[in-house]
Design a protein around this ligand. Structure first.
Ligand SMILES: [Zn+2]
Length: 66
């Protein structure tokens, strides 16, 4: 009987904002962990929003809280 082992996942380095800044992406976009119930601790794109950054996935603004 053969046991199927899960394929090892390739470790990808964190996306570099400089590399990912396409024309569709707002300049200054950062990849940040969101920490909301929607995104959990997934690292998502955050666009500059006021004094903080706004999650492009769930719309939560972070960074402007005390
Ligand atoms: Zn989010």
């Amino acid at each position: 009987m053969r046991i199927r082992l899960p394929r090892p996942r390739r470790r990808r380095p964190a996306p570099d904002p400089a590399v990912w800044s396409l024309s569709a992406i707002v300049p200054g976009t950062r990849w940040l962990p969101c920490h909301t119930t929607v995104c959990a601790h997934t690292t998502t794109r955050h666009t500059p929003h006021g004094t903080g950054y706004r999650c492009t996935a769930c719309g939560t603004t972070k960074g402007d809280q005390p």
